[in-house]
Design a protein around this ligand. Structure first.
Ligand code: GLP
Length: 245
């Protein structure tokens, strides 16, 4: 089930989604949160930090699991999702470092790493709320359009469109990693609730696919969210452009 909220622009999306998440955290201060990276959630995270600093939000018992991470990009690289999360959230709120979980794309054995991460999510009781953005090509996490999609945490080859879209975070497009670790479609759908945020005209096609596709299509990974019972979609008017309201 999709619940749609259309707002004016990026700032309003960031505020409304942060308030939505803050309400959930206040209802259950020991939630297990699945977190996303990218340009889209930066404003949301900035608002959560403001709330924390004002004293209206407490992360001390929250547990987090990140959605994805590049393979073979050192953690200290400023474009790693490890560094992104520290810069945009972790270093500014009272999360217990033991409660922060990220995949490690630099281990020698990625199979063991995938299994470790799947198991850890299970051990913590599963993800309560998964935050998602969406790629221009309809990917969620790094589940790229393909003839089949993987269920659990796995290694994936980034699509050309994704490499181009993420090149802005690197000195040149050749520096963008070609592979990443990502939660699978099953890992995402197992979350009890999902919140997806998107802004801008470049996301309108993916949002149209999410709402209007009549089939579940692995070439449009975002369509799999139609199988989930509780997805809140908060998007700006530009991203909503291709869905007639
Ligand atoms: C990235 C991430 C996704 C993110 C998406 C959109 O590559 N792997 O988790 O949701 O692509 O990114 P952005 O928010 O920068 O448009």
């Amino acid at each position: 089930m999709l619940n749609l909220i259309v707002v004016k622009d990026y700032d309003e999306m960031s505020l409304v989604s942060a308030n939505w998440l803050a309400d959930e955290i206040n209802k259950d201060p020991s939630l297990v949160l699945g977190l996303a990276t990218g340009g889209t959630p930066e404003g949301l995270y900035a608002n959560l930090i403001k709330m924390y600093k004002k004293g209206s939000l407490d992360f001390s018992s929250i547990k987090t699991f990140n959605l994805d991470e590049y393979v073979s990009l050192p953690r200290e690289n400023e474009s790693s999702y490890y560094t992104y999360m520290h810069n945009h959230l972790f270093d500014h709120v009272n999360l217990n470092p033991n409660n922060i979980h990220l995949m490690d794309g630099n281990v020698t054995n990625l199979t063991i790493e995938r299994q470790r991460y799947d198991q850890l999510i299970l051990d913590k009781g599963g993800i309560d709320i998964q935050l998602l953005g969406v790629g221009v090509n309809g990917h969620i996490g790094f589940n790229e359009p393909d003839s089949t999609l993987k269920i659990d945490v796995h290694v994936t080859r980034l699509a050309k469109e994704t490499i181009s879209a993420n090149a802005r975070y690197f000195n040149s497009i050749t520096e963008v990693p070609k592979f990443s670790l990502t939660m699978g479609i099953g890992s995402i759908l197992r979350a009890k609730k999902i919140i997806l945020i998107a802004d801008g005209e470049h996301k309108a096609k993916a949002i149209k696919d999410l709402f209007r596709s009549e089939v579940i299509d692995p070439l449009k990974p975002v369509t799999f969210l139609r199988l989930h019972p509780d997805v809140t979609v908060i998007i700006d008017e530009k991203a909503a452009k291709e869905i007639e309201l």
